[in-house]
Design a protein around this ligand. Sequence first.
Ligand SMILES: [Zn+2]
Length: 395
Amino acid sequence: MSSLSLASSASITIPTGPVTPPEPPSVEGQRLTASTLKPTFETLGPSSSSTRVSCFWESSVGERLWDRYSNATSWNYTPPTFTHSIAQSQISGGGHGVFATQDIDAGEVVIEERSLLVTFGFTPERRDRELEERILAGMSVEGRKAFLSLGNAFESSEGKVFGRVLTNGIGIGTLEGSKMEGGYVAVAEHIARVNHSCRPATSWRFDSTNFTLQLRALQPITSGSEITTSYIDILLPSSSRQSELRRKYGFTCSCTACTLPPASRELKYSDMSRSLLKTWAKNNGYDVHEKELRAWVSRASSMDGKDREKEDMKMIDRYLNMARTMEREQTWPADVWTRVLQPLVKVYCALGDKENAILWARVAEHLAKVATGHDEGWSKVAENPERSDWWGLVF
Ligand SMILES: [Zn+2]
């Protein structure tokens, strides 16, 4: 009988969480075509002065989302919350950015605000003046003013509403209950002004119970530094990131990852690291790790001395290298870290290495809170790794 049977006496399961990582922003310039959808649109959702979110959904595909979301508990309008002092300021090379004017700890909420508009992540074929006015009418007077004050990189081609959606929208993925293929987009006044970085200081999250967007610090932000977030898939190589940002948003990124000297070893290393993380997320599901870890546990149990040490180190290195790669690149995509930190914590627990099990469970706890607002079960593991179902499997 292998030592795997120890699992049955433990009470804490090492989580995979967050189970469904939030989708990356995906505001594509694609169009609805009249051949696939009838050009009948309906503006649904709260539009009284107490709620302020304009929601624009496609009725001909049977989107009855308002039925679902009208029961949201907190539709009363709440002004944006700035947990910390932040300021908008000019950045070098023109344009504006949002800066911290006091220190912000990792994991803390930086901005929380109700969306001004929630709609699809593409421009509908029919976008005449009347439709634009109906969408704008769904906003309060202040909301409309805030929306129209946002930048518009596509005014001439997409108009005053959808041009701003494409310029400022955050891809929030599919709304629960939606029949639409492709995702929805939320536009919020202050979060829209936060600039992009491929080493983002914050991560955003959409709460569908009240249509608010929340920006949380991924890492400590010191007073005076710029608050940034990511608009695109930051695991792409730098040249692809630059061309995507130019195409979609019309700017060139000058973050520390993008300004590494061209053709330098550092830039190649950064691109290679990100590609490694991307491949990892694609090829390594939880089941793959589970199989590998279980195989290691049964192998290691029958080994000793140098051979055993080598086996254990191989297992630690496999996951620790990926965690260190994310640390070095200052990027923690949810679909990658969950697939790295879960097995890493399992390895340390199996070896009875309390210090490292706690260390990485705390990192997972912090990242889970940033991604979902909850610890997703990681706090319990960090507090009591000895009670996890992997503890001491290869003592
Ligand atoms: Zn960049």
